[in-house]
Design a protein. Structure first.
Length: 540
């Protein structure tokens, strides 16, 4: 017999995450498509203080919704309101190839934008040669405050940027250069990590790798003031020490760094063939969730759905402890191709993985795409890596997924690209000729039960959050008595930032946000183990 506690826990899961273990279906609340006659897709986005979104995309077009194209392809900055309606757009770049990867909001509301650029004209200056990593700071209207090229005289490529609470900028990419801003190289291609101050001055940098091709893909800040980096290595020399021959095709290599970029620990994960990590999620318990790809079925990898060593990959999810020891791993996919782009943690500690799939079997059902085209794919896992739910989003033609999932108070906001309007894509695709070029596609999915059921909400007027935005203290004031109130605060990435218990004689919770990273936070109020209120506040 199912216990009452289990039923309550299950209902909370449904309300919080916006997902149903049984129905495995989410409703798209709104969606929008923007673009021109060539390719566009979202690579990243951030939420602004007014709950609107700033999208970072790549564009090859100079028509449709794109007002200007500098060269081959540009960074495309797109400001949309909270329902996805276009407010304004602007391109950044030069006459060559400019490829964006990341965007963040600073403590004063400016934007930091990151990618790589082959240009040395237009908006870009100071290129060292070939492709450089390009960091741009703009105001909220997209006007450039400063821009900086970092790198060497050979091509250096950008992967990810993250910003700390003081607006210092951390970047990761890969390079085989050893001049300009890069002072060391271990072999062929190394991970390259750099830190810049809020004005774009280079504070420190370091290369990590061995004698082979090593590609740095992702970086996350850690609570101790350091960072953790990951990617794929084909080395077993220098900084890299992988057991056995698995590194030949490429292993996942994760490195924990202190605040000065000294190595604290490093670990390899993989099998006989190719592995890579696309995203590292810092967990509340001190561990980490890695999401990437594999086409092995031995070594550290089990449960691969296809032919090991073949052309196709599974999404590979690994949970490790605070010093890199593997706790569990899970292959997700079917017999075709899957790639991971992002991961986050829901309010009930589910792990949500995003990526793309071309499979129609295995873990995948409901794929809209034909032949070997991709659908966007969302997957929910529990703390032990067991599959809870999955759903495909897209059209019958090619679709992609961005690297960001935003957990709003109503559901999940995400995006990527779509090249046709059918399936779950219901917006105008701009491709007069040739057909099939993709537009950026953004949408929000919700659980209608958790949004519409008044039983689990209180009147909004009895809750006041002030000041909002704030930089030091925020007060959460409850005008009426609520039984057993507990407040949970989550950051942009779904990580719990605080838990606050309201005592019987109190009607106000004081939240110290002085050490919070600037951005949008979600406050969820429980009463007698039920969600009664959800709202956002902004830390400047």
């Amino acid at each position: 017999m199912i216990s009452k506690a289990y039923k309550i826990a299950l209902f909370i899961l449904l309300c919080l995450a916006g997902f149903s273990t049984f129905a495995q279906r989410f409703d798209i609340e709104f969606q929008q498509c923007y673009g021109g006659s060539d390719h566009e897709w979202i690579v990243d986005f951030c939420m602004l203080e007014d709950s609107s979104y700033m999208l970072l995309a790549i564009t090859y077009s100079s028509d449709g919704d794109i007002s200007f194209l500098h060269g081959s392809c540009d960074f495309w900055l797109v400001h949309v309101d909270k329902m996805g309606a276009l407010i304004w757009e602007k391109t950044l770049g030069g006459s060559e190839w400019d490829d964006p990867t990341s965007i963040s909001m600073t403590s004063n509301g400016d934007l930091l934008i990151f990618g790589d650029s082959f240009s040395n004209d237009g908006d870009v200056s100071g290129n060292h040669g070939g492709s450089d990593l390009w960091v741009v700071r703009t105001d909220i209207s997209g006007n450039i405050i400063w821009q900086k090229c970092i790198g060497s005289s050979v091509s250096d490529f950008a992967s990810e940027m993250i910003v700390d609470s003081l607006d210092n900028i951390y970047t990761i990419g890969y390079s085989h250069g050893i001049d300009g801003d890069i002072t060391e190289n271990n072999g062929l291609t190394d991970y390259w990590v750099a830190k810049l101050d809020p004005n774009g001055a280079l504070i420190q940098q370091r290369s990590f790798g061995g004698e082979g091709y090593d590609y740095g893909h992702c970086i996350s800040l850690t609570p101790d003031g350091g960072c953790i980096i990951g990617g794929s290595v084909q080395s077993n020399y220098g900084d890299v020490e992988c057991d056995g021959p698995t590194y030949i095709e490429g292993d996942v290599w994760v490195v924990k760094l202190d605040s000065l970029f000294n190595i604290q620990w490093k670990k390899c994960y993989g099998g006989s063939y190719h592995e890579s990590v696309a995203h590292i999620q810092v967990l509340e318990n001190g561990g980490y969730l890695l999401s990437g790809n594999t086409n092995s079925n031995d070594g550290d990898v089990s449960g691969f759905h296809g032919e090991p060593g073949g052309d196709y990959h599974d999404i590979w999810v690994i949970k490790i402890d605070s010093v890199g020891n593997m706790e569990w791993q899970r292959c997700l996919g079917g017999t075709k191709q899957e790639f991971s782009t992002s991961s986050t943690v829901s309010y009930n500690d589910e792990y949500i993985i995003s990526g793309v799939t071309s499979s129609h079997n295995g873990d995948v059902s409901g794929n809209h795409s034909a032949n070997i085209a991709f659908d966007m794919w969302l997957v929910g896992l529990d703390n032990d890596g067991s599959l809870l739910w999955q759903q495909c989003f897209g059209s019958s033609r090619e679709n992609s997924s961005s690297k960001t999932l935003f957990l709003s108070e109503l559901g999940i906001f995400t995006g990527g690209s779509a090249s046709y309007s059918d399936g779950s894509v219901d917006c105008d695709i701009f491709h007069p000729s040739p057909p099939g070029d993709a537009d950026l596609w953004l949408f929000q999915i919700i659980d209608t039960l958790s949004v519409n059921s008044p039983k689990y909400r209180i009147e909004a007027s009895i809750i006041i959050i002030y000041p909002n935005p704030a930089s030091d203290i925020i007060y959460y004031y409850i005008k009426e008595k609520i039984p057993d109130p507990t407040l949970f605060v989550y950051n942009f990435y779904g990580q719990k930032a605080g838990e606050y218990k309201l005592e019987k004689h109190q009607n106000q919770i004081e939240i110290d946000v002085s050490n919070f990273i600037s951005g949008v936070y979600l406050a969820i109020l429980y009463s007698d183990h039920e969600i009664v209120d959800r709202r956002q506040f902004v830390v400047k």
